[in-house]
Design a protein around this ligand. Structure first.
Ligand SMILES: Cc1cc2nc3c(=O)[nH]c(=O)nc-3n(C[C@H](O)[C@H](O)[C@H](O)COP(=O)(O)O)c2cc1C
Length: 207
């Protein structure tokens, strides 16, 4: 990992359950002034799941819909989170020459995991992940499925072996989260701390 905190993040979301984790992750990233640019990609299945779990309607103003009221209060730039089309394999993050610092897939479906693990780069999410691995940049996969079959487990091994961090969407409970949002926020803080972006308000175990 480079010795500076990531300033340019790629965030992808896929059709696994857990849209609340994406919402809290993007809200924190939007507020964090160390992060200057976020390229955000959503698969079609992610839209379907977000409609179920967050009540979102279509792709219109997608980032605003996901951020919800937090965007209105945000001190972050409204242009910081740029939506990229998953069909556009010519987008900036499709190339290793674009200076993306790190990529997070949250939540990551086992379908997307399988494509990343097998180098199937036919859509932007998988292509950007493929580029992260070939350029030896951090790639965090917040995989969510249960129970796991051997194919999922093998694919997690393959992705980890190629350099990805498998960061399962499994929250902690020892800080006694008071709400689902707090649980999702703390999880987002753990992912960001892993990338060199510790969040001061995050819970810290003192033993
Ligand atoms: C409500 C809902 C919840 C889903 N939850 C999961 C899940 O937790 N994990 C998963 O891997 N797939 C889940 N799926 C199935 C994926 O959306 C499906 O396999 C899809 O093809 C994944 O596409 P993507 O990887 O391109 O986003 C869910 C689908 C729906 C509609």
């Amino acid at each position: 990992m480079s010795n500076h905190p990531p300033q340019n993040l790629t965030v992808a979301t896929t059709g696994a359950s857990g849209a609340i984790f994406l919402r809290n992750f993007l809200q924190i990233v939007d507020r964090d002034r160390r992060i200057e640019t976020v390229n955000f990609i959503a698969s079609d299945s992610a839209l379907r799941v977000m409609a179920e779990e967050l009540g979102l309607r279509g792709r219109s103003n997608l980032v605003g819909q996901i951020l919800g009221s937090a965007r209105r209060n945000s001190r972050g730039s409204p242009r910081k989170i740029r939506l990229q089309s998953n069909d556009d394999i010519g987008a900036n993050v499709a190339s290793g020459s674009y200076p993306a610092d790190a990529m997070v897939v949250i939540p990551c479906s086992v379908g997307t995991l399988a494509r990343i693990a097998h180098g199937d780069a036919s859509h932007l999410i998988e292509r950007a992940a493929d580029v992260s691995l070939k350029e030896k940049r951090p790639l965090v996969l917040c995989v969510r499925e249960t129970p796991l079959n051997k194919i999922h487990i093998r694919n997690m091994y393959r992705a980890a072996d190629a350099g990805a961090t498998v960061f399962p969407l499994i929250p902690a409970f020892y800080y006694r989260p008071a709400s689902l949002d707090q649980m999702a926020r703390e999880f987002a803080c753990r992912v960001l701390a892993h990338l060199g972006l510790p969040q001061p308000p995050a819970f810290r175990w003192k033993g």
